[in-house]
Ligand binder design. Structure first.
Ligand SMILES: [Cu+2]
Length: 109
């Protein structure tokens, strides 16, 4: 009668251990305010999403220096990207080149 119990228990323990995995992707929010990215420097992992949330009344972009991506950030709106490769990334706003930021992206373990 109790035969299946150890197996079921192991299965439950295995299931419980899964959410502890560090491979869960996160969303990193960067505020866009007064012509600046806050924080200007963030760390992330491949698979994470970066979301820029603007409180400015003018449009901005988050444009990767090497041209790999270009995210439109509407006035008082949001723009987002999911990170697909590791490395140090510098970005800026095409409309306001003085707005700069960087993302340090590490590969998942
Ligand atoms: Cu801008």
């Amino acid at each position: 009668m109790c035969r299946g119990r150890p197996l079921r228990l192991a299965w439950l323990l295995g299931l419980a251990a899964c959410p502890i995995s560090s491979a869960v992707a996160e969303t990193i929010q960067i505020r866009v305010k007064d012509l600046g990215f806050v924080p200007a420097q963030v760390s992330a992992r491949v698979g994470d999403t970066v979301e820029w949330v603007s409180r400015d009344f003018v449009a901005h972009t988050a444009t990767e220096r090497d041209g790999r991506w270009d995210v439109a950030i509407p006035a008082e709106g949001k723009g987002r990207i999911t990170l697909t490769r590791a490395g140090a990334v510098a970005y800026y706003c095409r409309y306001h080149p003085g707005m700069i930021g960087s993302i340090s992206i590490t590969a998942p373990p």
